[in-house]
Design a binder for this molecule. Structure first.
Ligand SMILES: *[C@@H]1O[C@H](CO)[C@@H](O)[C@H](O)[C@H]1NC(C)=O
Length: 125
């Protein structure tokens, strides 16, 4: 009796172990694919004339400052993924209370001047 029962137990356990093995991609790869892509242009001129400085990336990468041409007066939303927001700030440290613009997926892809009399000095996604 004992000799028959043990191999049976081993056979029923085996499929359970196989089912527990990971079958999908590593989690890091999936996380990468879900990161939001963002691309936008900044201009020192309110009419988006002059030098175009393009910024692009994936996901959140912190506060960016030291803009070329000493601050942005206008921007163009080139491609911002749904669910992603780029925030423009008046100071160089992305301080919450100096936020002046949000560039979002739904916003126009035409030239948009930064709020009247303000110049963006930093951005964050
Ligand atoms: C961002 O771009 C990458 C590469 O083109 C793509 O695989 C990924 O799905 C995009 N992310 C989103 C949220 O659409």
């Amino acid at each position: 009796m004992q000799l028959i029962q043990q191999p049976l137990l081993a056979l029923t356990l085996l499929p359970a172990i196989i089912a527990g093995l990971p079958t999908s991609h590593p989690p890091s790869e999936e996380l990468q694919a879900r990161k939001h892509n963002w691309t936008f242009d900044l201009f020192h001129n309110k009419h988006c004339a002059g030098t175009t400085v393009s910024y692009s990336g994936q996901g959140s990468s912190g506060c960016h400052s030291n803009f070329e041409n000493g601050g942005a007066e206008a921007f163009i939303n080139v491609n911002i993924d749904t669910g992603c927001k780029v925030k423009l700030f008046r100071d160089r440290k992305c301080s919450r209370h100096t936020m002046i613009e949000e560039i979002k997926a739904k916003i126009s892809t035409k030239c948009k001047p930064v709020s009247r009399k303000k110049t963006a000095q930093s951005f964050e996604e």
